[in-house]
Design a protein. Structure first.
Length: 210
């Protein structure tokens, strides 16, 4: 091989290596630009809110010692302590799961979850009518402050969709919200041999868990 040929081969090797290296350099240079684009972080100020209206009520028609409880539009998302300059005022909340815990330790997954919009900096109602089915209601007399079984806690997982300022970048922030329930029923559930039937009317308050 002549010197001229060797030179030509080496030149082609150098050019080919530069072509492969170019995208790597470009990608590395783009990373700091993405970080500097103003993409917001999920806020830590989103909390479980107080009950809208102050109380919650629910009625259960019990048959065979089984029934359901529904909670509609009373649990709030509290964003009052958030920095209002970081996001657009309107957000979207998507309830992805809800769990009801009864005083006997049983847990029940909710259906009827929903999607809605709210205003950043306020307490907004979480969407949907949360229905918890297959609850066991023992036979007996249910009096205020004395129930054979009662709901004691609700936990909801919610995706909050926010638009950052000034970037206008959309982010989804998952939050878990919990309320301790102080809810009791009045009514009677007949003995099991008589059908284990009755109507229970629950009412009470809820305390957000920080």
């Amino acid at each position: 091989m002549t010197n001229e040929t060797k030179t030509s081969v080496e030149r082609r090797r150098v050019l080919r290596g530069a072509a492969w290296a170019a995208p790597v350099v470009a990608a590395a240079a783009a990373a700091p630009a993405a970080v500097a684009s103003g993409a917001p972080s999920c806020p830590t100020c989103l909390k479980a809110g107080t009950l809208l209206g102050g109380v919650t009520t629910s009625q259960s028609a019990v048959v065979g010692n089984k029934g359901a409880l529904a909670f509609a539009g009373v649990f709030g998302l509290d964003s009052t302590k958030c920095d209002l300059t970081l996001f657009q005022p309107v957000y979207t909340s998507v309830v992805t799961s809800a769990t009801l815990t009864m005083s006997d330790g049983s847990t029940h997954s909710g259906t009827g979850l929903g999607t809605a919009t709210g205003t950043f900096g306020q307490i907004g109602a979480l969407p949907g009518t949360w229905l918890f089915s297959g609850i066991n209601f023992p036979s007996g007399t249910y009096l205020l402050n004395s129930n054979p079984v009662r709901p004691v806690r609700i936990t909801a997982t919610v995706s909050i969709i926010l638009i950052g300022l000034p970037s206008l970048i959309k982010i989804t922030c998952p939050v878990t919200l919990t309320w301790n329930l102080n809810v009791f029923a009045t009514g009677v559930v007949t003995p099991t041999f008589l059908g284990g039937a009755g109507t229970l009317n629950y009412t009470g308050t809820a305390t957000p868990v920080p």
